[in-house]
Design a protein around this ligand. Sequence first.
Ligand code: RFL
Ligand code: PHB
Length: 388
Amino acid sequence: MRTQVLIVGSGPSGLLLGQLLAGIGIDNVILERVDRDHLLSRVRAGVLEQGTVELLDEAGAGERMHAEGLPHDGFAVAFDNRLHRIDLHALTGKRVMVYGQTEMTRDLVEKREQAGLTPVFEAANVALHDISSNPFVTYEKDGQSHRIDCDFIAGCDGYHGVSRKSVPDGALQSFERVYPFGWLGVLAEVPPASHELIYANHERGFALCSMRSMTRSRYYIQCPIDEKVEDWSDDRFWDELRRRLPEASAAAVTTGPSFEKSIAPLRSFVAEPMQFGKLSLVGDAAHIVPPTGAKGLNLAASDVRYLFSGLREFYADGSMAGMDAYSGRALARVWKAVRFSWWMTTMLHRFPEGGAFGQRIQEAELDYLVHSRAASTALAENYVGLPY
Ligand code: RFL
Ligand code: PHB
C-alpha cells in the first residue's frame, strides 16, 4: 500500500494534521497504538489559544467547540490570600477558549470517521524504515504484518513514541530540565470555584482551579514526585486544595466524588532539529513543557500549522522550501513557549531547594507582575499565544 503522508499517532497533532491534509486532497493514513476507547478517555489539556481555535475551524472540526467551549477573557493569580486578575482581553485584545483536549480529540476522530478515514487503531510494533530517502512504515494489526510506502512521515506519536527514537544516534540534540515535583489532578462533576482559572502560589505548594464546563471542574495541586495516587482520598485532596487558595476562593470550592485522579511529572524537553530526511517530528514527539503555561497542545497545533503549509506547498508546486524550513520555523516558536512555561512554573511552585533567597525573589516577581502593566502584558501575550 502507498500513501502521500504517513502519520504516526492520533493525538491532537496527528488528527489535526490528517484532517487539514484530507481537506485539500492530500492522501494520508494515521497509525495509532491504542484503541479508540483508550484514546478518547485520556484527560489532558484544557486551554486553547485563539490560533489553535482557528486551526480547528480550518480543519472543519470547530463546531462543537464553539457551541460548548467557554471563551475566557482573563484568569487570576493568587498569593498572599488574594486574587489578582490578569485581564487577557484588555491587555492583548485576545482571549483563550476553555475546551478539553478529550473533546477536541473526539471531534477530530468523528470527523475522520465520517469521511471514511478512520485511523488504524491498535497498530502494534510500528517501525519506520529508510527515513532519509524512500520512507516506509511497517506494523502489525490482528496478527498480520503490513507495509505502507509514503512520501513523508509525520511523527505525531508523543514523548514516548517510536518516531524520535528512529532518528540515527547523534543526529538530534536534546535539551532537558526535570522539575522536582509533579501535579496531582482531579476531575469532578461539580461547578468550578470561579468562572475563570486561578493559578495559586502558596507556601504549601502550587494549586490550579480549572474547568471543563460550568458543571465539571478540573483541579491540580503540586505534589512530591514520588507521591502515590492511592494515598490521596478525595477528602484529602479537597482539604489540601482549599488550604492553598485564598479564603474566599476556598469557600467557593464545591466538593464531590472525583472520577479521574492522576499524577503527572513536570519536565521541559526539546529535541533539535525537528526533522530528519523525510521524517518530521510534531508536538510532544519533539518537545515537552510543564503544563503551567497551558502550552503543550497549543505548540502541537502550531507545529501542525507549519508542517501543513510545507506539505501544501510541496504538493501544489513541487517546492521543498516550506518543508526545509519546517524545523527552524517551529523551533523559534517552541523555544519561546518553553521559556514561558519554565518561567510560569518557577514563579508559581515551591522548590524544595529554593531557600530563603529564592522565596524573596519569587515574592518580588509576583508583586512586580501584578503591579506593572508591562509585566502583566508580557504574561498575557504569551498566555494567549505568540504570533506564528
Ligand atoms: P499525544 O497527545 O501524546 O499523542 C500521541 C499519540 O501517539 C500514540 N503513539 C503511538 N502510535 C503508534 N505507534 C507508536 N509507537 C506510538 N506511541 C505513541 C499515542 O497513543 C497517542 O495517541 O501527543 P500530541 O498529539 O503531540 O499532543 C500533545 C498534547 O497531548 C500535550 O502537549 C498536552 O496534553 C499538554 N498539556 C496541556 N497542553 C495545553 O496546551 N494546555 C493545557 O492546558 C495542557 N494541560 C497537558 C495539560 C498535559 C498534561 N499531562 C497529563 C501531561 C495537563 C496535563 C496534566
Ligand atoms: C486544565 O484545565 O487541564 C489546565 C488548564 C490550565 C493549565 C493546565 C491545565 O495551565
